[in-house]
Ligand binder design. Structure first.
Ligand SMILES: CC(C)(COP(=O)(O)OP(=O)(O)OC[C@H]1O[C@@H](n2cnc3c(N)ncnc32)[C@H](O)[C@@H]1OP(=O)(O)O)[C@@H](O)C(=O)NCCC(=O)NCCS
Length: 155
């Protein structure tokens, strides 16, 4: 079934989905009002969401991307990520940043679309979350900062 991707007001962001990507509802609530939210639907059912925060001067940060567990590994995440990258390319963005863990399939997910490691934020997951965060049974400590530089700008 084809995927329909649309921007929705931040007030309509599907919180349950965003919590799959970031366990802190408090953090999500703090960045949502200054962000743009995109949802992906299949057959009228919301299956994915992505939140992007403008940082100024053409830079944007992908704050969250998530696909409903039952719909993962079907290409929807890649389709949504590509769509959002293209949306901001067409709006004249200069770069898109994202923060992610130092291991796991998410790292490949972003790098496949051209994101490259630009910095390491040591102990990020210790400083920003009250509880230890685990991925695949391994505790996350450091955050990798990835950047996608747009080479072509559309006026
Ligand atoms: C990350 C996420 C959005 C990817 O969406 P998706 O629809 O599953 O992604 P795709 O189907 O396009 O697959 C992309 C790749 O990731 C792999 N992948 C997806 N989920 C995976 C999982 N749970 N474990 C291992 N690999 C996984 C796919 O196999 C695919 O790799 P391949 O092309 O080598 O087969 C989705 O898995 C998700 O919502 N995860 C939980 C939230 C999250 O971690 N968000 C990112 C925060 S940094």
């Amino acid at each position: 079934m084809s995927l329909l991707i649309q921007e929705v007001p931040a007030t309509q962001a599907p919180m349950a989905l965003l919590l799959l990507a970031d366990p802190s509802e408090e953090k999500i609530i703090s960045y949502l009002p200054r962000s743009r939210c995109f949802v992906a639907s299949s057959g009228g059912v919301v299956v994915g969401a992505c939140v992007v925060q403008p940082l100024g001067a053409g830079a944007h940060e992908l704050m969250s991307i998530a696909i409903q567990p039952a719909h993962q590994k079907s290409g929807h995440g890649t389709a949504l990520l590509k769509w959002v990258i293209d949306f901001f390319r067409r709006s004249g963005a200069s770069r898109m940043e994202v923060g992610t863990g130092t291991f796991g399939y998410q790292l490949a997910f972003y790098q496949r679309q051209g994101f490259r490691v630009t910095a390491i934020d040591r102990d990020f997951f210790i400083r920003h979350y009250p509880e230890p965060v685990f991925e695949d049974g391994i505790q996350l400590f450091d955050m990798l900062r990835l950047t996608l530089r747009y080479t072509a700008h559309v006026a």
